[in-house]
Design a binder for this molecule. Structure first.
Ligand code: AMP
Ligand code: MG
Length: 318
């Protein structure tokens, strides 16, 4: 696609106004949320949405999450059942995405939901995301602002490294606090867990008073397993490693000898916030292979392990 100049916008009223103006003009603007940086476009503008897929190299069958500034806006786009209402009240704004039946005539480009009758919605909590959505006053489609299949960006620099020249601007809000993509719950009718993420499954199950079913992230799994490899660094990955083998760099967790540590104190929240940046740093050190210490399968550890398994999955030939 043609190269454009990517503006780096400051986290102030001027930066937010410019970002909203570019979105109105059909531009692509990356912005911080509490999970990762999103690559935003006006969800009603088919050409702008098409540019998201082009910039990322994202398969068209993989639908996008639409970001709104509050639940009232979300209700204009999708149909909420009782469970959806309960989750929205408990966890929005926050790192939770709900997949709901699309309201007929909602006005979104069909590309956003990959032609499905459901749509993924989220109300982010990050103050800059909130300010941008309020200023723009419309639905913003935004997948993670990285080349498809690679590591999600948790800093503005990561966005520029992967997509610089393919978007109009990035709003720089510094590092993302959560560092993992949103948890996705399917509610058509559901509730099923489609993707573990920044809101722990246990917290959602406590709220609903029942275990979540298990679904499959990404609708239209026309090519099952196609998205098994995702979040991938350049280096090969080996999981559940107790020590580094020759030629490996070790990504640790808890007190241990290692090259970089996700959380020396064994804190899963800290580990989640560090995960993607640490993987990028190990890549930058020229690791041929990254060995990763075991991460407990509870709380945010479930989402961390999900990302690590996909990062370690066999990659399509390119
Ligand atoms: P990303 O924003 O890059 O984290 O990707 C958004 C995720 O939401 C992808 O895994 C999509 O497959 C998923 N998603 C979006 N819309 C839907 C939908 N209508 N049904 C199921 N999954 C969805
Ligand atoms: Mg993504």
């Amino acid at each position: 696609m043609p190269k454009t100049t990517t503006e780096v916008l400051p986290a102030n009223a001027g930066g937010i106004a410019r970002a909203a103006q570019l979105l109105r003009e059909g531009g692509l603007v990356a912005f911080p949320t509490e999970t990762v940086y999103g690559l935003g476009a006006d969800a009603r503008n088919g050409e702008a949405v098409a540019r998201i897929f082009e910039a990322k190299g994202r398969p068209r069958f993989n639908p996008l999450i639409v970001h709104l500034d509050d639940a009232a806006q979300a209700r204009k786009i999708a149909l909420f059942n009782d469970t959806a209402e309960r989750l929205a009240r408990a966890f929005w704004p926050g790192p939770l995405t709900l997949v709901l039946p699309l309201r007929p005539g909602a006005g979104l480009s069909a590309l956003v939901s990959a032609g499905l009758e459901t749509v993924a919605l989220r109300v982010p909590e990050h103050p800059l995301a909130q300010a941008l959505l309020k200023e723009f006053a419309g639905p913003v489609a935004a997948p993670s602002a990285n080349v498809s299949g690679r590591i999600s960006p948790t800093r503005a620099e990561h966005v520029l490294e992967g997509l610089g020249g393919r978007l109009e601007a990035v709003l720089d809000g510094g590092p993302c606090a959560v560092g993992l993509e949103s948890t996705i719950i399917g509610l058509a009718p559901g509730p099923v867990l489609l993707r573990p993420g920044g809101l722990p499954v246990e917290v959602i199950e406590d709220c609903l008073g029942m275990p979540l079913g298990r679904g499959k992230e990404g609708a239209k799994p026309s090519a099952p397993g196609q998205l098994a490899s995702h979040y991938a660094p350049q280096a090969a990955m080996r999981l559940n490693a107790e020590a580094a083998a020759p030629g490996e760099l070790l990504l640790g967790f808890g007190e241990m000898a290692c090259d970089l540590n996700l959380s020396p104190s064994g804190d899963l929240v800290e580990a989640a916030a560090n995960l993607f940046h640490h993987l990028r740093q190990l890549d930058a050190l020229g690791a041929g292979k990254i060995a990763v210490a075991p991460i407990p399968e509870r709380g945010l550890g479930r989402a961390i392990n999900d990302r690590l398994r996909r990062a370690a999955a066999p990659r399509p030939a390119s």
